[in-house]
Write a protein that binds this ligand. Sequence first.
Ligand code: GLC
Length: 442
Amino acid sequence: MSAAIDAEALLEQAKAVLRANDVEGIFIKPGTYQYPHQWNWDAALVALGLSHFDRPRAEQEIRSLLKAQWKDGMLPHVVYHNGASDYFPTPDFWQIERSPNAPNGLLTSGIVQPPILATCVRLMHERAKDRKASLAFVREVYPALHRWHRWLRAARDPENTGLVAIVHPWESGTDNAARFVEPMIRVIPSRVPPYQRKDFLHVREDERPIQAEYQRFVYLIDLFRQWNYDQETIYARSPFLVQDTLFNALMYRAQYDLRMLARELGEPTEELDEWLATTRYAYNARLWSEAHGLYFAYDLRGQRLLQENGCATFIALFAGLASEHQARRLVEEHLLNPEEYAPNGTRYFVPSQAKNNLFFEPRRYWRGPVWILINWMVSEGLRRYGYHELAETIRQHSLELVQRSGFMEYYDPRDGTGCGASGFSWTAALTIEMLAETMMPA
Ligand code: GLC
């Protein structure tokens, strides 16, 4: 199937997408129309892509995000640098002024997103040509990164289990993934405030979350704002409380990367060492199912594993959390299984939901489409565990998808047609990242 990749053309197009989505040099919006503000993990990935050709602009992206850090260390999932737009939730919907921790003078959401920022900062630093300037940047942002991770442990793991909880599916970054179906059934949206969905303005309705989910998304936000974003109350009372596979894997990887930065700065590492040890132990003790050969999220409210087979299970490879045995099972029994993830009937790696999962839908958001971010993390994870050929296949599939269908938010794994938002920034940023391996030797 392998199509020849015109790397130079693709690189230029990817840079053009990032440039076009740049809002006044302050932040890069995730998509041309659908997402007109700054998103937490999108910003980190965008900075990673930018760092290959415009390091100062990459630093600016991170500074803009960190400006929105809450006083207690929380790094919000959306920052509305430019006020309201046609996007829902609008900034005023969050009512963050109810919290004494909200940042001064900036509008943000009141929940978080996967902590991939420290990882991106470390990757940027490793490859920086100007070591001194890069170290100065690391020194500048390190305290904020550390505070963010300390907040995660304190606010979202008050029982010190080693695993942090998310309180809203949006916090997972994979909003409507099948692993949230069961815990969301338990959320009864008894009193939903008036709101108007705006996510169909630019994207087809059948590629977005269904209405029953959306009602619950809004209901949860309403609870949190009524509780003034007090994290103790949220942890104690949120009807949705999940120790997520993807979120905790990325937190672990970020803690590891933060530790590398700490060492370079001569900062103490004891606290990070302890976090790493407890997360590593808990992740494998609680989330691994030897019976299935898969990692599953854990539902703290239902007190059970959410046994849905989806792409989040592979992020443990990216994080280095899996043993050789676990990696072998994940890859050989699942990733390479044509009924689950490997091409057969579909053409492209890696569907976001196993194809034989009850909830699989090849064009609906996180229920099946291929996402370039997931492909990148899976491919990097495979390399870590020595699966070089498979890693290369997935990288190749990713570049083919982009070349064929443009910089889309996600792709149909059957035929590679694009879905969701167009002009999608992290697709562009990670295209640059993936091309860098062959075009721009470090
Ligand atoms: C969607 C994705 C989320 C992403 C956001 C902006 O909500 O699920 O992960 O950060 O779009 O791109």
